[in-house]
Write a protein that binds this ligand. Structure first.
Ligand code: RB5
Length: 152
């Protein structure tokens, strides 16, 4: 399967069960899932898992990524340190669609201690089913990536 239908998943220890539910759900939607763990419940460090997933997306190996920790916040912060990554934490379906449509997000972060499995899977659907709208939003996404910004 080509990279445009390949998605990377990772989490810390706080989100292993939800990550596995997301993996099953996303695979059923036709995505090739690259689940980079961890698989055991020992306490671990979310920055390394966020960075590892982000590097798979930034390299082009995977088109998108879904990462999870207790709140979704810490692992999102780590992922966004990788150039080219635009990752948002979502606890609602509207935001999950909008980060794709307006921000061209290439990663979604979920908080396993924030959202239940049912809502999490609806958020995943909203993220995966939305498309970047381009147009005026493309300039703004370019501005996120740029070191200098055009004058207003
Ligand atoms: C782990 O206890 C917790 O800090 C982590 O999963 C995450 O919520 C950090 O942002």
């Amino acid at each position: 399967m080509t990279a445009d239908k390949r998605i990377v998943l990772s989490s810390d220890h706080a989100a292993i069960d939800l990550r596995q539910a997301v993996a099953t759900h996303v695979a059923a939607k036709g995505w090739e899932v690259v689940d980079i763990g961890p698989t055991t419940p020992e306490s671990t460090h979310y920055p390394k898992h966020g960075r590892a997933a982000a590097e798979r997306v930034a390299s082009g190996d995977c088109a998108l990524g879904i990462i999870l920790c207790g709140t979704g916040q810490g692992i999102m912060m780590a992922a966004n340190k990788v150039p080219g990554i635009r990752c948002g934490v979502c606890s609602d379906t509207f935001s999950a669609a909008m980060i794709r449509q307006h921000n061209d997000a290439n990663m979604l972060s979920l908080g396993a201690r924030v959202v239940g499995e049912g809502l999490a899977l609806e958020i995943v659907d909203a993220f995966l089913d939305a498309e970047f709208e381009g147009g005026r939003h493309a300039l703004r996404v370019d501005m996120i990536e740029a070191e200098t910004h055009p004058a207003e």
